[in-house]
Design a protein around this ligand. Structure first.
Ligand code: ADP
Length: 475
């Protein structure tokens, strides 16, 4: 079948978080399974865009209310990513280094969605499935159904995948005139709590709703930043499909970004080499267990708990642990984490910023990865960590609940129930004891390394869902 994925992020073109990893991998496995898969993302000014060759396959003007923006559709020439990548180039709106965070984000992503549909309809070929991702593409199912100009695409089946339900893309009805013309009797589909809520629109209008883990599907029924009732009402067209990880990109045996390659056969020596490099770079002691954190420094990730939890754990275990943090986000958390460096020199360090290469080295060289998340729709870090022989320490929530089992139950990680400083420190204590019991520690590592989180199986679940909505219009 012909499948379109429309998304704000796609690795390696543009990455902020897990959305990029999923949209960069799932299409590859769908292509391998024999489908024709096209991924469409905005054309940001990124390294990947600047270092690769593209050909222009379509150009026109996209109308956003009174504004007319010239746009082009650029296709990556070689298909080397394993699927067809298309960039929607609207220079006035996207020729910028960052994916999000601009005052005109609403205008940017509305134009992106409209330009994408303008192009799809101009091809004169009707796709089988359009899979939207998160709120940035939530209006697509609505526009397909009701906008006069997309009439011939009206029957295309759509799925919306929710990678993060906290962000919803709200805007006021004063911007309604941005949308292509439609019969106003449908205007109620746009509304949630008196504003236009892009995610809610997608959830109402798509033929199927997927979340990136089964547990997250349950959780959003009672905690979804105001959309709980909506999620409960669409339960019969919703499915939780646990993300996979791209075993080609995340493979400690072949990874070019780490200091020493290894597999489950020789992980002890391989990981030690990576740990030594990491510890040398960050002035830490490689003979001690290394606890790391990688991620966005926000409350949803438990980022606000890290400064106090690190200080407490380090003062209790000053002689026997190291902590290393890689992340960026809330300025106050960044400052607190940076200041800790003065108090715990030699046992603690932090890198504020985004660094893909360093993330790979940290997964390879750490003993534990901390994930004290309050909300975790799926979480990829714990799966990358396990693949690299690093034990995840997680709060039981969302996808963490679905992928990590406590070592006390013969599992692959360390689990706690609360997102609190106390629970993190308690888990660090348990992890230190486990580290000192090498036989059991290695068993937990091996169980993690042999857990199968490959995309092949997951990819099939998506195809089955697409088939159901194509054949029966329901799941
Ligand atoms: P989310 O999408 O909510 O941020 P996920 O666990 O789904 O969380 O995905 C996070 C992805 O982003 C992982 O690939 C992780 O390694 C990466 N990542 C997050 N922060 C950084 C950072 N500061 N530097 C490098 N990679 C990062």
């Amino acid at each position: 079948m012909e499948i379109f994925h429309i998304s704000a992020e796609c690795y390696p073109m543009a990455k902020v978080g897990g959305l990029a990893d999923v949209v960069g991998a799932l299409p590859k496995y769908q292509t391998n399974a024999g489908h024709l898969v096209r991924v469409v993302v905005p054309c940001y000014d990124t390294k990947f865009k600047n270092e690769n060759d593209f050909e222009c396959v379509h150009w026109a003007t996209v109308k956003l209310g009174n504004f007319d923006f010239p746009f082009s559709v650029l296709k990556e020439k070689t298909n080397k990513l394993g699927y067809e990548l298309y960039l929607i180039e609207i220079n006035d709106l996207f020729n910028r280094p960052n994916v999000y965070g601009y005052e005109d984000d609403i205008e940017r992503f509305l134009s992106f969605q409209i330009a994408t549909l303008d192009w799809i309809i101009a091809r004169n070929k009707i796709p089988d499935i359009i899979n939207c991702h998160d709120h940035h593409t939530g209006l697509v199912p609505f526009l397909l159904q009701v906008a006069y100009k997309y009439e011939t695409l009206k029957d295309v089946k759509t799925a919306i995948t929710i990678h993060n339900g906290l962000y919803q893309g709200w805007f006021g009805f004063d911007k309604l005139y941005y949308l292509p013309e439609f019969d106003l009797k449908h205007v109620g589909l746009l509304e949630w709590n008196n504003s236009i809520n892009s995610l809610a629109v997608g959830v109402k209008c798509a033929n199927a709703v997927t979340t990136v883990s089964p547990s997250y599907l349950n959780e959003i029924n009672y905690s979804a930043n105001g959309l709980e009732e909506l999620f409960r009402s669409v339960r019969n067209k919703s499915k939780g499909i646990l993300n996979g990880i791209d075993f080609e990109v995340w493979n400690p045996l072949k990874d070019q970004m780490i200091a020493e390659n290894y597999s489950i056969e020789n992980f002890e020596t391989g990981k030690l080499k990576n740990k030594e490099k990491l510890c040398e770079q960050f002035e830490l002691d490689s003979s001690k267990p290394l606890f790391s954190f990688i991620g966005r420094l926000f409350e949803e990730k438990g980022g606000d708990l890290l400064p106090q939890a690190s200080a407490l754990a380090l003062s209790e275990h000053f002689e026997d642990i190291n902590i290393l943090i890689l992340g960026s986000g809330n300025a106050e958390i960044e400052l607190q984490l940076t200041q800790l460096r003065n108090d715990y020199k030699g046992n603690y360090n932090v890198f504020i910023g985004y660094n893909e290469e360093l993330a790979h080295l940290i997964y390879a060289g750490s003993d534990y990865v901390l994930m004290p998340s309050r909300v975790e729709p799926c979480g990829l870090n714990q799966m990358y960590a396990m693949r690299y022989g690093t034990i995840p320490i997680v709060r039981r929530t969302g996808g963490l609940r679905d992928t990590v089992i406590d070592f006390g139950d013969d599992g692959n990680g360390v689990c706690h129930d609360q997102a609190s400083v106390g629970d993190i420190c308690y888990s660090i204590n348990r992890a230190v004891n486990l580290y000192n019991d090498k036989t059991n520690f290695n068993k937990v590592v091996q169980r993690g390394m042999s857990t199968d989180h490959s995309w092949e199986r997951v990819c099939q679940e998506y195809i089955e869902l697409y088939n159901l909505i194509i054949e029966k219009n329901e799941i």
